[in-house]
Design a protein around this ligand. Structure first.
Ligand code: CP3
Length: 374
């Protein structure tokens, strides 16, 4: 079981498996908590450890990546229930041979984004075999080292970007509001787009499986741009690839000799009308952004999956009274007192860089206070 000693790596037994039991649908003593982007720029210790080092250089250095992963676990010891490996969704495009740089204060930038299917670059990407086991070996080393340093305190989450979201970055070359290139591809070159999405999906399975083999105990797929697609386009350009990952990962893990049920979380941000279809893909947990109403989401998901989310990250700029009220609305809306399970507490998206770390602590404490079993 998940609590036992891991013989391959000699990891310590897990002392807190709350998030795993919740993801697998069990009744639990309190809802587990973690936060997307919990290791990051809102923490002064993040800046101290990172210094002027390049973001991707930190990802590639297992010592630095594990130190950054552990920072929120140490600061909020006893309050949070999972660590997420310090890495980025864009390591897959990098492994495919694309250059990605992190521009300070601006975000990721691809100097040579994919232009069109007639371009030599597309043909080369489609033809080139990609071996993530060697290309992304630094991620797996960081996962193993982090598991050792965690010493069983909380489980470690591995992750990847969803094929649709990664595709957007590869053709846009960075963040965007218009999605002009992505829309040009899907509505002008649907077949070439689908071939590339399938290739990315296969690499996602490889990458998640290798993170689990290295020590990750749950996995999350981030479809941060799912909400840019109409319901019909989501059915064509995102859903099949999210479903492929959920279907292929468990048998891959069994082939690798991993017998535990590894919980899979899908975060299809903004895909409100598509939640129903995501519930039938095989993910154990559906991550929701803050535009979902908790009670309506519980009705829509029914008992097909646990729910993760979904406080507006912007509430962390608010007063303690506002946070207390928002927590109460989630506790009631997700039916915590009736269900005693099926809910993993998180924000509806990543924590923002300028949040006061004490506001996050207050949020965690408020969840603990309001969900204490009587
Ligand atoms: O704490 C964690 O959640 C673990 C690490 C993690 C990072 N990125 C570290 C990071 C995770 C899970 C991600 C996922 C990721 N990366 C996503 C999906 C989640 C989401 O927010 O939608 C996306 C879209 C990316 C791509 C990316 N990486 C962007 C758009 C940016 C710039 C914007 C920003 O918030 O800084 C990054 C940089 C990044 N990834 C930082 C961190 C800690 C900040 C780097 C820095 O400037 O120090």
């Amino acid at each position: 079981s998940h609590m036992e000693v891991d013989n391959e790596h000699g990891f310590a037994p897990l002392k807190n498996d709350l998030i795993i039991r919740t993801a697998l649908g069990q009744v639990v003593e309190r809802p587990p908590i973690w936060v997307m982007r919990q290791a990051g720029r809102y923490l002064p210790e993040y800046h101290a450890a990172k210094g002027s080092k390049d973001f991707f250089a930190c990802c590639r250095d297992p010592e630095v990546a594990s130190t950054l992963t552990l920072q929120p676990i140490e600061r909020y010891a006893g309050l949070i229930d999972a660590a997420i490996i310090f890495s980025d969704i864009l390591v897959i495009p990098q492994a495919m041979g694309m250059e990605v740089v992190m521009v300070d204060g601006k975000g990721p930038h691809f100097p040579n984004p994919l232009k069109s299917p007639d371009d030599g670059q597309y043909a080369e990407l489609m033809r080139n075999p990609v071996d993530v086991a060697t290309g992304l070996d630094y991620v797996y080393k960081a996962v193993t080292l982090t598991r050792k340093k965690l010493a069983g305190r909380v489980p470690l989450i591995g992750f990847c970007g969803a094929p649709w979201t990664l595709f957007c970055y590869m053709v846009e070359g960075g963040g965007t509001k218009l999605f002009k290139e992505s829309k040009t591809w899907i509505y002008k070159y649907p077949n070439e787009t689908k071939a590339l999405l399938q290739k990315i999906a296969e690499l996602c399975v490889d990458h998640l499986a290798l993170q689990v083999k290295a020590g990750a105990q749950l996995v999350q797929v981030f479809d941060s741009w799912a909400g840019e697609l109409s319901p019909s386009a989501f059915r064509k350009f995102s859903a099949p690839y999210l479903a492929y990952i959920a279907k292929e990962l468990p048998p891959r893990l069994r082939e690798m000799g991993i017998d535990d049920d590894v919980p899979m979380i899908c975060f299809p941000k903004g895909a409100w009308s598509s939640i129903n279809s995501v519930c039938d893909m095989g993910y154990h947990v559906i991550g929701l952004d803050w535009l979902h109403d908790p009670a309506q989401a519980v009705k829509a998901v029914r008992d097909r999956a646990s729910i993760q989310g979904n406080m507006d990250p912007g509430l962390l700029y608010g007063s303690e009274e506002a946070i207390t009220e928002a927590v109460k609305e989630m506790v009631d809306g997700f039916g915590w007192h009736e269900r005693q399970g099926a809910w993993i507490v998180n924000l509806g998206h990543g924590i923002t860089p300028s949040v006061n770390p004490d506001a996050l602590r207050f949020f965690f404490e408020e969840i603990h206070r309001q969900t204490k079993s009587s």
